[in-house]
Design a protein around this ligand. Sequence first.
Ligand SMILES: [Zn+2]
Length: 318
Amino acid sequence: MARRKSTVQIGVTGLGKREELADGVFINTHYRGCTPGAIYTEEGIVLVDAPLIPQQAMDWREQIEEEFPGQPFLYMINTDHHRGHALGNQYFLPVTVVAHERAHKEMSGYTENFKDRVRNSFKREPDIQAQFGDIIIVPPDITFTNRAKIIRGSREIDLIFVGGHTPATSLVWLPEEEICFVGDILWVDQHPYMAQGNTLEWLAALELIRDLGAKVLVPGHGPVCEPDATHRVAEYIVFMRGRVRDYYREGKTKNEAKSGLVSEMVEWFPVPPERKAKIESQIKSGINRVYREIQREEEEAATAAETGDDDDNDGDDD
Ligand SMILES: [Zn+2]
């Protein structure tokens, strides 16, 4: 059964052992980029997300083959289109990739430039960078927009689009086992990545997760947790929305909100010193996103109230 671990593992490069959450349902929390899953069915294996780093993706493949010798890989479900979840698809071919329709659109737009950015992001880790010679983007072969269900053998797997973190973010729910892979909707002891977010959708997604009746949640990164863990990230988002709204109502610009609020937000979760600059810039992208959302909400409210005055806020888009 699921064990609860307290350590957050960021920047890990090891090849640690898998853990079994329920009969035939495995995850591995030792990889960077995501916590992937492998679900046994009588007809083959259904995978959830692919490790980013090629050596780790190949390790995961070997671990699954060791656990289920001779079983074909049926589907690879990507919970979103980000590199941490979907770039490793190529290491599980031949497999049918399944994701939200928007993930297909995003991944089809991954050009040489995107591949160079991936390689560049590992410039301080030449051993890892060297593994990214041959990047093959494998966008979904099957897409869905709202919900889909995979039934193979006696296993039932629900795909539930929630958005929030990205316009493609979807949950993978095993109703029988009461296990939910929640992708990057849930971050435990870490700052959520909000640069492509929609916070109202995100809060609704957290509520939906609580209502599922799951015993175990598998966040996109890090160890498993219980549904209670959704509260903290919801509070974080509500707090950020409130503070951005304060700034907006005081007539402050988006850039003022970003530089003014980053120190308040950074307090919420532990940040290792070597990741401080990265996390702060990530938080600022989130505030940037939330500012636009709040601006839209406030403008709509103003129109609805028929104040007649359309507030001409200068758009310093970046
Ligand atoms: Zn993501």
